[in-house]
Design a binder for this molecule. Structure first.
Ligand code: FSX
Ligand code: SF4
Ligand code: F3S
Length: 399
């Protein structure tokens, strides 16, 4: 629901979107003048991979809907996609498994998201670049020098704080991850954390966390946009960059730094097994009759009622499938500390410990919703993201 009105307040909603469209056009004109030229022709890249104009239009509709924008924004989403490869990106890796990059780059049947990620202007990417040692370090220095305040810093992986940060050192001079992260993020237009490791620490930070690892925001004391998930959905990263191109800022974030358009609802709210949950039809053990019939996985540990993400709506790999469709419950991978609190339990959480009996699962979901999605807006000026500030409450996904 828009902040401009409840149901029936259509005139105000239309006015809001007309104003947003004006802002978008003005910003896109400016972006097209200012961003460095692309080395890639996006239309050619689509054609080379066998994607037609019709495929692109279909993708544009899906992405506009995923971003929770009305259809009038489709031409703007298409225009932003054409400029996607002009945004300079410096992509850092710290403590993680590189599954996030893998998820973004491996696709047997590339869709438009994959092609956008293929053509992204990577000024520096530790896993993908050919350079090593001093040459790699020079590439990073060059990127910081050529695009000060203009590049997006994308980070995969947590930062170990233990032993003065020396559990993770990089490059020929043995800089700690914390030193590199501080230097690069301080010169970036914005920092986007890809995956739950850079967002919240994740597996590295799981109990007993011997290296004292934490997410980027906690390690550096800066605000970050957190594209949570282990690995996250590429659509959520692509949509965030498109939003940046369209509006000159980043989308509204929840209190955990996650874009509201992607992480504002629970898995459980749009799960195709939800009618079985409501009817009390549960899988009691793996391989039983209920499992064969596709019943709800709550009793075998699905954490969908506590997990905020759009997996059940946008799915993965060109919307082919997602964990619950594949037959396993959600392990809560977009939530902080899920390895300690959710993933290992192949049974429901003991809700008494968080304030209720088993029948209160929806109530608890709503309590969590209140806690996380009351909505902390990223006040969209990119500079505002560099420092932690007092954020306003807002439920709108776009600023
Ligand atoms: Fe973490 Fe990503 Fe999970 Fe792995 O880089 S979110 S462990 S999929 O790879 O950071
Ligand atoms: Fe779907 Fe899990 Fe909710 Fe059941 S508990 S409806 S499987 S999200
Ligand atoms: Fe993660 Fe649950 Fe989605 S495990 S990928 S948030 S369905």
């Amino acid at each position: 629901m828009s902040k401009y009105g409840g149901h029936g307040d259509n005139a105000n909603v239309r006015k809001h979107y007309r104003q947003l469209m004006e802002k978008c056009k003005v910003h896109m004109d400016q972006v097209e003048k200012e961003l460095p030229e692309s080395m890639v022709d996006f239309k050619e890249a689509l054609a080379e991979r066998g994607l037609s104009r019709r495929d692109f239009i279909k993708w544009t509709s899906a992405m506009t809907a995923a971003l929770m924008l009305p259809p009038m924004f489709k031409p703007m989403v298409a225009r932003a996609a054409e400029n996607f490869s002009r945004v300079p990106v410096v992509w850092l890796h710290f403590a993680e498994c590189t599954g996030c990059s893998e998820a973004f780059l491996r696709s047997s049947y590339p869709n438009v998201d994959d092609i956008l990620l293929d053509t992204i202007s990577l000024e520096y990417h530790e896993t993908l670049m050919a350079a090593a040692g001093y040459q790699a370090e020079q590439n990073l220095e060059k990127a910081l020098h050529d695009f000060p305040g203009k590049f997006i810093c994308v980070i995969e992986g947590a930062l170990p704080r233990g032993w003065n940060g020396k559990y993770l050192t990089l490059g020929p001079k043995g800089k700690t991850g914390i030193e590199v992260a501080k230097e690069v993020t301080s010169k970036a237009a914005a920092t986007v954390c890809i995956g739950s490791c850079s967002a919240f620490g994740n597996v590295q930070a799981a109990n007993p966390n011997p290296t004292d690892s934490v997410g980027i925001s906690a390690a550096l004391g800066i605000s970050t946009v957190n594209i949570a998930g282990c690995p996250p959905n590429p659509t959520n990263f692509v949509g965030t960059i498109l939003h940046y191109l369209m509006f000159g800022g980043l989308p509204a974030l929840d209190s955990l730094g996650r874009p509201v358009w992607a992480y504002g609802k629970r898995i459980h709210d749009y799960c195709e097994r939800r009618p079985h949950y409501d009817a009390g039809e549960f899988v009691d053990e793996w391989g039983d009759g209920g499992a064969k019939k596709g019943w709800c996985l709550y009793k075998v540990g699905c954490k969908g009622p506590y997990t905020f993400a759009n997996c059940s709506r946008v799915r993965f790999n060109d919307a082919i499938s997602w964990p619950i469709m594949a037959g396993h419950g959600c392990i809560g991978c977009t939530e902080p500390a899920f390895w300690d609190t959710m993933a290992p339990l192949e049974k429901p959480i003991d809700e008494k410990t968080i304030g209720g009996g088993e029948k209160t699962v929806d109530k608890i979901g709503m309590v969590l919703l209140g806690a996380t999605v009351v909505g902390v807006a990223a006040h969209a000026g990119l500079t505002a993201l560099k420092h932690k500030g007092k954020d306003d409450k807002d439920e709108s996904a776009h600023k």
